[in-house]
Design a protein around this ligand. Sequence first.
Ligand code: 2AM
Ligand code: CA
Length: 285
Amino acid sequence: MHPILTIAVKAARRAGNIITRASQDVGALKIQSKTYNDFVTEVDRAAEREIIETLRDAYPDHGFIGEESGTSNLESDNIWIIDPLDGTTNFLHGFPQYCISIALQQNGVLTQAVVYDPNRNDLFTATRGRGAYLNDKRIRVTSRPKLQDSIIGTGFPFRDFQHLDTYLAMFKDMIKKTAGLRRPGSAALDLAYVAAGWYDGFWEIGLSKWDIAAGALLVQEAGGIVGDFEGNDSWLETGNIVAGNPKVFSQMLQTLAPHLTDALRSKIAEKIVHTDTAEQTDTEE
Ligand code: 2AM
Ligand code: CA
């Protein structure tokens, strides 16, 4: 294992211990609502502190983007992107689908990824150029050629409902064009499942960097494709993400295309649309 990845795994397992201990008595936790329908607990915070301390011990000059503690030292060429507990709502309800997600971005490129599911003890890891692994076994995306035979993961809009109608139209189309949709509630694990070949693809609107950074590298290193809704690279920035095996990925883009509003197009494409169609009004928003 790459030495940097070894440290990230250590951090993830330590956070896993904190979360698992707390899961025995979620009733005792103090819960705060960050914004409507977005919760944080002392467990999220303690797990993130543990992860950052472990990484900072080894790499004092690295920077951090954490879901709970915000950003620090962003001038560094090495930025860790951390979600200490992805699936907090599940965790709070005792629904055993949540994980720790840690990614390293070096000079703007994702290079290391850990997604750790403490309930199943599933450790998903990837280093750019070296493949993706589940508990030390190499994983690959599926080779299933048809969307019609595929299982696709997704997430529902939960906080910001501006795209809800668009999402439901996408959802309706996907229901008809796939073998089934799944919505367990942790985006980082959803992406890990694409990498492991348990799903053939995944899509969601408006995620945060820490939900997807690690999972996306897992998918890429497992031979899959990650893109925004037009297949371009703005997914980490916009959080509008499609991932899948190469064949299913392009069929998903075709399925989503008729539903795209300007706001859901790639950043670059959006600029072109705006200059070319300056007279047009946006009917969707
Ligand atoms: P989080 O638990 O780390 O915030 C799935 O839709 C993604 O959205 C998850 O990765 C989850 O990450 C985030 N999310 C935040 N609040 C949510 C909620 N109330 N319901 C579903 N997902 C939520
Ligand atoms: Ca998250």
